[in-house]
Design a protein around this ligand. Sequence first.
Ligand code: ZN
Length: 459
Amino acid sequence: MSDEVVAEQGAGRTVELVRYVADVAVPCDVPGRVLRPGVVEVVDGIVRHVGSEASVGGPPGPAAPTVRTVRVPGALLPGLVNVHCHSPMTLFRGSGENLPLHQWLNHVLWPREAQLDPADVFWGMTLAASELLCFGVTTTCEAYFFEDALADAVVAAGSRAVVTPGVLQLPGHPSGEEWWDRRTAEIVDFHHRRHGDAGRIEVGFAPHAAYTVPLPVLVDIASEARRLDALFHIHLAETEEECARFSAEHGGSTPAVLANAGVFDGRVLAAHSIWLSDDDLDVYRSYDVAVAHCPQSNAKLASGVARLVDLLAAGIRVGLGTDGPASNNDLDLWEDMRLAAMLARIRERDAAALPAATALDLATRAAGLSIGRPDLGVLAPGSQADMIAVRLDDPAFVPILDDAQLIEHLVWSASSRLVTDVWVNGMPVVEAGRCLTVDDERARHEVQVRAERLMRAAE
Ligand SMILES: [Zn+2]
């Protein structure tokens, strides 16, 4: 990466136009589009222009008197968007392996989570932020507790998050009907205080699931989310067992019952959404419910394979998520991108199902759209300058015979290890593969010590 100031006028003006000139730009605005070479111009953390090298070169204009050129040897892409995550669960990575979801939740995870304090969540999120940024993931949609500590860690690490505080009664914690109201009010207050913080925090709501949160509470939370135009983020139809139990109790499928109760009337993101009937797909489509598809978590916990091709054919918005690092076990969205394509092909028995350009789309532009953020996961005028550089001087990118093949290589043979530099809001956060904003050694130590305490406390 080399910086050079090529023009400077108007002393005293602070506005600067940064012109990134990359060997290759993959803006992800249209699946498969490649610019060789490509230029992305950024002013004040926002992309102002994307095009071929020939599309720029004139004077910067009065609004941006200074032009700084950054040469990017490699491919410049938008930052990846991970739409379903519980990042502070780095504290529980590798805990309770080989258990099905509900045993793992009840016997391992929830007893430990009941012992958490805000500093645990801060350090769990801090370690995760470094991992995510180095993998080129610049935005995560987070569902977790101690949301202030989580947001503090995101702001400090220079990453971006949709923070959707979790609503779930943990073992040994206060419960009862008033608790649900109190927790909902806490999240409304959190929204007032932190929504828009540092230009990088968006606030939503995350009631855990329809089998852990009573229906009237889901209705209340959905109505508060709607009032604030906030994202309502929920685990839905993750296991066959949970769906069967819910149907037996409520006399209808989870999507049908929630839709009838008014839960789907606002901005809804339904994580997993594996066990859906054709009627359920109709419900998703008519209520514009988006899906956070988490193929690696679903595979590891043997929950099932979502109907990805059917979801996309129905016009349902879908983005990719890693889920928490205790069920994945890392935060590498590149793996989910590849696995999503593989599982879709196995499910359809069709080698042409889910092309590479679509897989990349699910981790970028479509992921942004799934959380209602057209300004994320794309490099286009008006989008956030969240960008990643991927090195091309690697066997993964040899040979490149045409533009389509470059996209194929990004999905099928490249990986997160080739991400060299990352910017969020136009600010550098990873350089030469190292996170600039997090003290990794300290974060690893804090998470190690805290994980040991949480394990002992839950015994
Ligand atoms: Zn989850």
